[in-house]
Design a protein around this ligand. Structure first.
Ligand code: NI
Length: 173
């Protein structure tokens, strides 16, 4: 497994709509493994393929947070939300592509998602709580949408300016 470089906002690749995965092979398995390793290393609870410059509809997540709990790595290929609850919930969201910035985002509290697993099998599951927020946040990435796109323009611009400054500092060091 290889740690991949995580793109930092602003980056045009984070604004693109990604292409469906059509081929289920060892390359795809390797990308998913790398994404999980990169996510755990960060550390984060979710990572979408465009964040490592792979422009395909693929995401990984693991929202198990308790110290000694068994990890629950998930790989979702071509995920699609097929139902959302009317009830909403608010989470203080962050993103590995927008380090150290957090903001409250309101989303449906539960969603039912359909996706394909690494063996090409179709799976459906309903997510609640943090898992629901996470899967919606990651699917947004596949459509070129970031959590800051839900914020008021002024707040979004402030965060973007901070990230531009961070990228300049990273480029210098
Ligand atoms: Ni994110």
């Amino acid at each position: 497994m290889t740690l991949r470089n995580i793109l930092i906002h602003p980056d045009p690749r984070l604004k693109k709509i990604t292409a469906p995965v059509a081929v289920f092979n060892d390359d795809l398995r390797r990308i998913a493994d790398d994404m999980l390793e990169t996510m755990y290393d960060a550390p984060g609870i979710g990572l979408a393929a465009p964040q490592i410059a792979v422009m395909s509809r693929l995401l990984v997540m693991d929202c198990v947070k308790e110290e000694n709990a068994t990890p629950q790595p998930m790989v979702l290929i071509n995920p699609e939300i097929i139902w959302s609850s009317d009830e909403t919930s608010v989470y203080d969201e962050g993103c590995l592509s927008i380090p150290d910035q957090y903001a409250e985002v309101e989303r449906p509290a539960s969603v039912k998602v359909k996706w394909t697993d690494l063996d090409g099998k179709e799976v459906q599951e309903t997510f609640d709580g943090l898992w629901s927020t996470c899967v919606q946040h990651e699917i947004d990435h596949l459509d070129g949408k970031l959590f800051i796109d839900y914020l008021k323009p002024l707040r979004r611009q402030m965060i973007t300016r901070k990230m531009q400054k961070l990228k300049r500092e990273m480029a210098r060091s």
